[in-house]
Design a protein around this ligand. Sequence first.
Ligand SMILES: C[S@@+](CC[C@H](N)C(=O)[O-])C[C@H]1O[C@@H](n2cnc3c(N)ncnc32)[C@H](O)[C@@H]1O
Length: 235
Amino acid sequence: MKDLFGKAMYDFQTNNSPEDIITETSISEEDEMSVDYLFRSYNEMPKIEQKALQLANGKVLDVGCGAGSHSLSLQNDRNLEVTSIDISNHAIETCRLRGVKNAKVQDILDFEGEKFDSILLLMNGVGIFGKLENCNQYLLKLKSLLNPGGQILLDSSDIIYMFDEDEDGGKWIPSNNDYYGELVFNISYKGEKEEPFNWLYLDYNTLQNAAIANGLKCELITEGEHFDYLARLTI
Ligand SMILES: C[S@@+](CC[C@H](N)C(=O)[O-])C[C@H]1O[C@@H](n2cnc3c(N)ncnc32)[C@H](O)[C@@H]1O
C-alpha cells in the first residue's frame, strides 16, 4: 500500500497543499472526500460517534484511529487514558503532531499484551474486517483485548439502500454468493492510485449473528440518520 489516505492526513496537518481524496467503490461512482472530515471536533461528529465517546470509559483503545479525532476528544475532554493504533505511518505521525499522547503504528490483528475497558472502532469501524469471512478473526482478537466488564463500541451501516429496486419493490443484489456489504475500494490522491482494498459494511443483524457466534453479546445502542448505527459488544 502507498499509504495515500495517511499522506492526505499528513498534508492537511502540515499545510502541504492537501487535496480531496477521490474514492470509487465496486458499487458506486467516483466521489470526493474532503480530508478535513478526518479532523472533526466533537461537535462536528455524527451523533452515533458522539454517543460512542460518551459511553467510553476506563482504559481505551482507538482502533484505526486515523488522524486521532476520537482519541483527542477522549484524552483532552474526558481525561481518559487512550492508546491509539493505526497501520498507517502517516496517520500516526499526524496523531502525534496533533498531540495524541499514545499513538503507535500497529495492526490490530498483531496487537497483544494489554487489555482495555473500551475498544472503539469508528467511521464504519467494521470496514477494516474487509470481508464477512474475516469477522470471526477480528471479533476474537478484539474480545481477547477486553478487560472483564469491558466493551467494544463500533459503527457500521446497512448499505442495502445502495442497491436498485426491482419491479416488485424488492432489492436487486448481485447474484453471486458474496455478502452485499463487501465492497472493493479504490482511492486516489494527488493523481496517484492506491491498490484496491476490501472494505466491509455490516447490517446490524449480520453483526449480531457474528458476535453471538464468537461468544459476544451485541446491543444496538443508537441509529444514525442514514442507515448507520452504533453497536456495543460485551462478553
Ligand atoms: C475510515 S479510517 C477511520 C479513521 C478514524 N477512526 C476516524 O473516524 O476518523 C480507517 C482507518 O483504519 C486503519 N486500519 C485499517 N486496517 C487496520 C488494521 N488492521 N489495524 C489498525 N488500523 C487499521 C486505516 O489505516 C485507516 O486510517
